[in-house]
Write a new protein. Structure first.
Length: 209
């Protein structure tokens, strides 16, 4: 086992648990895993007294809590995932949300031309591989023109299972969901977009319908 994996360190502060807040709590990490959570005065009994004594302490009034999860995010920090032509541009948004506590983020693309969706998928899939993103979400392009909301109707197209499979393949297993309008011909059925998503491990999400 590596030295990094064996490293034990602790954070101390107001710890948020599923059912209450520990005012003087500690979270002990062993490598990349949480080894123990409890009140700071119980740490020695649990075998983590030294780690808690040397713990990094949250700022006054600060909380220790699990990272937030965002499953539909278009960007932040002056950049957006739908417009990100490079990983560096996309990372501006990732880091903007991370500094406010969102540690798992699904990047959402909007309705766009197929070539644009292909290009964005390549960029975002690379960040998923690096562990910076939790997945990719496509909002369109197979949605209703009548219920398009903020989606550009110019790029709304008829459901295309082949394009769906191509995007899933380009995503390298990181496409997690696509927003689709179920009433459009070509969405349902054995050869439809819905089936292509499920076969590719992505969750169909009915919207803009």
């Amino acid at each position: 086992m590596s030295n990094e994996a064996m490293q034990v360190r602790a954070l101390r502060g107001r710890v948020v648990t599923p059912d209450h807040i520990i005012d003087d709590g500690a979270v002990v990490l062993s490598g990349s895993h949480i080894a123990w959570v409890g009140t700071a005065d119980q740490a020695a009994r649990a075998g983590f007294g030294d780690a808690v004594e040397q713990a990094q302490t949250a700022p006054e009034g600060g909380y220790l809590l699990p990272g937030l999860v965002d499953v539909h995010c278009h960007g932040g920090g002056g950049e957006s995932f739908p417009n990100a032509e490079t990983a560096e541009q996309a990372m501006v948004s990732v880091l903007e949300h991370r500094r406010f506590g969102t540690t798992s983020l699904v990047a959402s693309c909007v309705t766009a031309a197929p070539d644009v969706l292909r290009a964005r998928t390549r960029v975002l899939a690379g960040l998923c591989e690096d562990g910076e993103l939790a997945g990719i979400h496509f909002e369109g392009p197979f949605v209703s023109v009548e219920r398009c909301g903020a989606q550009d109707p110019t790029y709304i197209i008829d459901p295309d299972a082949a394009l769906t499979r191509e995007l899933i393949e380009l995503g390298g297993g990181h496409v997690v969901t696509m927003t689709i309008a179920p009433e459009k011909p070509g969405i349902t059925g054995d050869d439809g977009v819905n089936a292509a998503l499920i076969e590719g491990g992505a969750l169909p999400s009915f919207g803009h319908t």
